[in-house]
Design a protein around this ligand. Sequence first.
Ligand code: FES
Length: 252
Amino acid sequence: MADSSAVKELTRFGSTQRRDAWWIEIIPALVIFSAFIIYATWRAFEGKFYEVGPYLSPFYSPLIDPEHHWWRFSPAILILGGPAGFRVTCYYYRKAYYRAFVMHPPSCAVSEGEHRGYRGEASFPLILQNVHRYFFFIVAVFLCFLWYDAVVAFKFPEGFGIGVGSVIMLVNVLFLTTYSASCHSLRHLVGGKVDCFSCVTLGAPRHSAWRFVTILNEHHMLWAWLSLFSVALTDLYIRLVASGVLKDIRLL
Ligand code: FES
């Protein structure tokens, strides 16, 4: 039986029997999330340099009341809640920011301290994270707009063309779609909750869909990071071109 001082030592904040550098994984999460939140907030409130030629920033899509007929502030503020809510409640991001920002807990098998008992997401307020499954449907609508924007990004005044911005917007929407398609909630919806595929209606196509989403889902963290970078860099590129700092290069 462990003596009481050893038990006490293990319940101290940050104590663990792990020998690896467990804290290394929380540093990039902390730095990159903080940078993204600051950048995205600044851009959403900036309210300009979001459109140039056939390109529209993903932070401003769908573009609502750009002429300010009834909305005085940045159009991005009207739509930010959808994608932001989806990301904030994402299962992967939850794990990352629970660890990086509030250290609740700091990592697997690392103590968060005696008085901060981990209660999971079974009680208020964290139980609200369950709205993630509904945000999935909201983001599916956003993706339709982003695909439309990506197609329009190849349409120049003289007809079809390809600019660096067209390619960036296409890559961005591909990453965003893959990230959303690898969502745990979608996996549950298409087949994760089914115990016997041959016993349910449309069992075979559901099984195929579930297998496909599972392949994507296995790399959900990767898609989460890639889509985070791509959405910020796409906006940055459009901002730089719209503000005259960069010139968009036409490839075709
Ligand atoms: S779990 Fe991450 S997007 Fe749904």
